[in-house]
Design a protein around this ligand. Structure first.
Ligand SMILES: [Zn+2]
Length: 438
């Protein structure tokens, strides 16, 4: 038994190395590629080598690839980008987004096709480096961050209502120190009448050359939404929770706030940020009917929202399918648009040379239902599920084992079946056993 297994491995090894290095590590064959940046929505093969996209074409030779995966009938998209999540877990702080309300990203992202997230302000300049050390640097998920204008971050009212801890200068300094990692400044949850949090966030964003994301907190007549998006924010700044209805996103007549339409003309970005309390059908459906579409689809994922109306990134995307957007429309708003918004244009696309973050999605038909922040339901006939997620060129999630060999074809005493060149799930070390789990 044992010798048969070794012989099989040797033969596999010879096939792999007999004619030198394969041209590609991984070939995703025959899927419907949606790559909005490059204007592609058609059946294509996608080849990956050394963690980057190596080729996208109508047909690529399977013999050139170490691993070929048939993905016909599935959508192949850039890895999804969710720019509003809460992932500063592990501090032990109760009822805090810099604590128990957050979750560790690797357990939740790859299984729904998300390869890049931006934390939406859990940390400010005082605790960002702790967040980086304990979560960002330890995650396989690409974790970027909006830095809270509040120095203590999103630790609850005592901190988030403190106008004296919203200093632009140290926030900008921290953002410049971690340029590329800190992709924006966040202001959130402010209840008072002052513009200070927004103004200081914009000041810090301007100094660091990055956008601001606004959760506009309590609705106050002293600071109307129209003024925020037409006067206070800059082009490229982001208004999140845009279908909450909590700040007159629709006016009394049921029309989209004219200020939002004006703000969009100025270049202000409108983001979903569904969350536990920021997405209502009675706002979103009329807004979409009036063609006020979101620039980016995001979840506002945290331990509360994911068990309430918001489930995960694909569920929020499904909701926009249910409201009549096409799959292409939805993919644009969950890949290339958010990549541009956070100034990471190397992401969210499948250009040759781009980091090989790829999601393989199945569009199911059936009777589904989707719920909002108030528990109201909208029926839908389509639902996306994630079959396969590739991150930096390696398979990190494979729902139905489409990359895996049938067990009956393997040696009797088989162990790890993958190859470290394309597999991060069960990679066999060349000529040896699988590495021990960390
Ligand atoms: Zn949030």
């Amino acid at each position: 038994m044992r010798s048969t297994g070794i012989a099989a491995l040797v033969i596999l090894g010879l096939a792999r190395h007999g004619s030198g290095q394969p041209r590609y590590d991984l070939l995703l064959q025959g899927g419907h590629v949606i790559d909005p940046k490059n204007g592609i929505s058609a059946v294509r093969d996608v080849a990956i080598k050394d963690g980057a996209i190596a080729a996208v074409a109508q047909r690529l030779a399977p013999a050139d690839a170490l691993k070929v995966v048939n993905v016909s009938g599935l959508y192949v998209t850039p890895g999804l980008i969710d720019i509003h999540v809460h992932v500063f877990a592990g501090t032990g702080e109760r009822q805090s987004y810099a604590g128990d309300n957050s979750l560790y990203p690797d357990g939740y992202m790859f299984r729904v096709g998300v390869t890049t997230v931006a934390d939406a302000g859990c940390a400010g300049w005082r605790n960002f480096e702790a967040f980086k050390e304990h979560v960002i640097d330890r995650s396989t998920t690409r974790v970027l961050a909006f830095l809270n204008i509040v120095g203590n971050g999103m630790r609850g009212g005592r901190y988030e209502q403190d106008l004296t801890d919203m200093e632009a200068a140290p926030a900008a300094e921290m953002a410049k120190k971690y340029k590329g990692l800190i992709v924006g400044i966040k202001t959130a949850h402010y209840a008072g009448p002052e513009w200070t949090p927004v103004e200081h966030a914009v000041e810090a964003g301007t100094a660091a050359g990055i956008p601001v994301m606004v959760d506009f907190g309590n609705d106050r007549p002293e600071r109307p939404l129209a003024d925020l998006v037409t006067k206070k924010l800059r082009p490229g700044d982001i208004y999140t929770h845009c279908y909450s209805g909590l700040r007159h996103e629709l006016d009394e007549t049921g029309h989209v706030n004219p200020g939002m339409i004006e703000g969009r003309k100025r270049g202000v970005i409108f983001d979903v940020g569904h969350g536990g309390g920021s997405f209502a059908w009675r706002i979103a459906v009329p807004a979409i009917q009036q063609t006020f579409l979101p620039d980016s689809i995001s979840t506002d994922l945290h331990v509360g929202s994911m068990n309430a109306g918001m489930k995960d990134m694909l569920n929020v995307m499904d909701k926009f399918l249910a409201m009549g957007l096409s799959v292409d429309d939805v993919i644009l708003r969950s890949t290339w648009n958010p990549a541009k918004e956070i100034h990471h244009e190397e992401l969210g696309n499948l250009s040759v040379g781009a980091p090989a973050d790829v999601s393989v999605l199945r569009l199911e038909s059936g009777n589904f239902g989707f719920t909002d922040m108030y528990g109201a339901r909208l029926a839908g006939r389509q639902k996306l599920t994630c079959e396969l997620t590739v991150h930096n060129g390696k398979v990190v999630y494979d729902l139905n084992g489409i990359t895996r060999p049938e067990w009956t074809t393997l040696p009797p005493n088989y162990t790890a079946t993958g190859d470290a060149a394309w597999d991060a799930v069960t990679p066999a070390r060349r000529g040896g056993r699988a590495p021990a789990k960390k």
